[in-house]
Design a protein around this ligand. Structure first.
Ligand code: ADP
Ligand code: MG
Length: 606
């Protein structure tokens, strides 16, 4: 049998390798900017068109290349950064594999212009799909400019695999932010489809975070700084009171390189354990410094995953540092013996605890408490079926008069006699011969969702005006999103005006939004909207109504008065689809007396 194995031609090998290095436009941006950083540039310009599909250009004022290197750099394994195997153990540059330019050129049309500081003229090299089509002397600035056009033009399958321009841009945007945060001492200019996204001057880390996220954001951050002989950790973390609904503002860097490592992520989160609600994410921008020989970045070509030689020690160092920062900033108080087990409670948590106690005492002495509960002084049932008697609730209408009248009307409608809140999460009552259990959050979500849809469809524009308009500075993506949804936001009752330079002015809010909570209400809604957008691909209005409902519905943990519970039930049954929340989960569970009899094997004896 003749030999069947062939060595692939270089250009085919490069095209295959390109799949690994350049998955999408974002990867090209990352590789090119990293090259500029490695070249010692202190000013980098990024120009993108159509989500990077038609153009990605990175221009720098770095060391440039001589005419020979300007051609050589397109060869596979062509790198100036390592030459011996030992060098691999001691890498300090972003790149070293020497395959980025070869891979990018294999699947696009590249134009490279470069000039070193000590030469009079520069070089232009054009490379289409791995073939050099032009190599000439030109006059150009010191430094390097690489334009990547028509990415994946010769690999249609990959091109079809790309997402919308908007989505591809978002990936580029996130990568840009990571690089800009890590390299705050370098100035960046970012232009998308001819519009300025960022013009960032060199500054310190906190300055860079302000430039990107706004000063409202940075005043909620705490500085982190700790080191020993082997490790150092610096940067910023958010106060526990300032959290997001997504992980977008969580950046971890290892020796200035953005990394993804589950264990480190968990180390930071575990320090916030008892301080934030489940589903809320702290923001952080943390820089870890380690000797290069203590970890291996070679695990993955994109170099974002790393392996550490002593992950445990690192974990505890990070956790300890973050915990200490939170403690030192007096955000936490230790209570009782739980302090010994390393658990901390935020001030608000101890208020919550206090609330529970008050509730317990008040209910124990309440006159209208049923006999059976009164007798059960020690049982858990007593504690769990606490009948609410008006404990503190910031959203509560404190007017006792109205509460009473409401109470009366509603109880007649639904013929509810006894009603309890169980674990501050469920409402329990009996209706005719059935026991009803309502999930308070899901039920309220259903009500608000339908109400929001109704407003969106009727363009009702009902909002309560604020005395003083509030200006919110958003990041660019959120700003663009609000801009595209301005009409819908207004219909919902947010009287907002989209101003210039990423600013949004809130003049009025829907009546369900608490005064003083406007900024957070808007930001949270945007976060949920984006999440839904990626995950569920919803229609604009439906998504907005869902985000609105989710963010403004009462939560598990909110204490409700009897009147509020009755009101909720009443409104729930007036809705179109009372039995499921907008996400399709049940709102009500019903257990009939017959079911109970059956469960207790009582059938026939009742
Ligand atoms: P690597 O970065 O892993 O070395 P690349 O394919 O990204 O591999 O780049 C190959 C080589 O081309 C680099 O080692 C460097 O010498 C040169 N090079 C690439 N981009 C630039 C730039 N912007 N400025 C100067 N030299 C560059
Ligand atoms: Mg490189």
């Amino acid at each position: 049998m003749p030999s069947v194995i062939k060595i692939l031609p270089q250009h085919i090998a490069n095209r295959i390798a390109a799949g690994e290095v350049v998955g999408r436009p974002e990867a090209v941006v990352k590789e090119l900017i990293e090259n500029s950083l490695d070249a010692g540039a202190d000013h980098i310009q990024l120009i993108v068109k159509d989500g990077g599909k038609s153009l990605i250009q990175v221009k720098d004022n770095g060391c440039g290349m001589n005419p020979e290197d300007a051609v050589l750099c397109f060869n596979r394994h062509a790198t100036s950064k390592i030459s011996t195997a030992e060098d691999l153990e001691n890498i300090r540059t972003m790149g070293f594999r020497g395959e980025a330019l070869a891979s990018i050129a294999a699947v696009s049309m590249v134009e490279l212009k470069t000039k070193t500081g000590n030469s009079q003229t520069g070089t232009l090299v054009k490379n289409n799909g791995g073939e050099i089509t032009e190599n000439s002397e030109i006059s150009t600035d010191n430094g390097t400019s690489v334009s990547v056009k028509n990415l994946f033009y010769n690999t249609p399958a990959r091109r079809n695999f790309l997402k919308s321009d908007h989505t591809e841009f978002r990936h580029i945007y996130e990568t840009f932010i990571r690089l800009a945060v890590a390299n705050h001492n370098i100035s960046f200019l970012f232009i998308n489809n001819g519009k300025l996204v960022f013009d960032l001057k060199a500054t310190d880390l906190s300055g860079r975070l302000s430039q990107i996220y706004g000063s409202d954001f940075t005043c909620n951050l705490l500085e982190v700084s700790n080191s020993n002989e082997l490790i150092s950790l610096n940067g910023f973390i958010s106060k526990p009171s300032f959290t997001r609904k997504s992980r977008q503002e969580q950046l971890f860097f290892l020796n200035s390189r953005p990394i993804a490592n589950k264990s480190l992520l968990y180390a930071v989160h575990s320090a916030y354990d008892d301080l934030i609600e489940k589903g809320d994410y702290p923001c952080y921008f943390l820089f870890l410094k380690l000797d290069p020989y203590r970890f291996d970045v070679n695990v993955h070509p994109s170099k974002s995953e790393v392996k550490f030689d002593d992950e445990k020690a690192l974990f505890s160092f990070v956790r300890k540092t973050v915990t200490r920062t939170l403690e030192e900033n007096n955000l936490v108080v230790n209570i009782g013996s739980s302090a010994l087990s390393g658990k901390f409670y935020q001030n608000t948590d101890s208020i919550k605890k206090h609330r529970e106690l008050t509730l317990y005492h008040k209910s124990a002495s309440a006159d209208n408490f049923t006999e059976s509960f009164k007798k059960n002084k020690h049982g858990n049932v007593h504690e769990l079926f606490v009948k609410d008697s008006g404990a503190y609730n910031p959203e509560r209408n404190t007017d006792q008069e109205t509460e009473h009248t409401d109470d009366h009307d509603i109880s007649q409608n639904t013929s509810v006699n006894e009603i309890w809140q169980f674990r501050k999460k469920y409402i329990i009552y009996h209706l005719d011969s059935s026991l009803m259990i309502i999930d308070q959050h899901a039920a309220h979500e259903r009500i608000l969702y339908e109400q929001a849809l109704e407003r969106l469809n009727s363009n009702a524009n009902l909002s309560q005006q604020l005395l003083m308009p509030i200006t919110v500075v958003l990041n660019h993506i959120d700003y663009e999103l609000v801009k595209s949804l301005e009409k819908e936001f207004n219909a919902l009752g947010f009287d907002i005006e989209v101003a210039s330079r990423n600013r949004v002015i809130i003049k009025g809010i829907p009546s369900d939004v608490r005064i003083g909570n406007e900024k957070l209400a808007l930001q949270d809604m945007i976060d949920v909207y984006k999440k839904n957008d990626v995950k569920l691909n919803l229609d604009k209005r439906d998504n907005l109504a869902k985000s609105y409902a989710c963010k403004h519905a009462i939560k598990a943990g909110d204490v409700l008065s009897e009147a509020e519970m009755l009101n909720l039930i009443d409104r729930l049954f007036l809705s179109r689809m009372p039995y499921v929340c907008p996400h399709g989960r049940p709102t009500i569970i019903k257990i009939s007396a017959d079911d109970l009899d059956r469960m207790f094997a009582r059938k026939g004896f009742s």
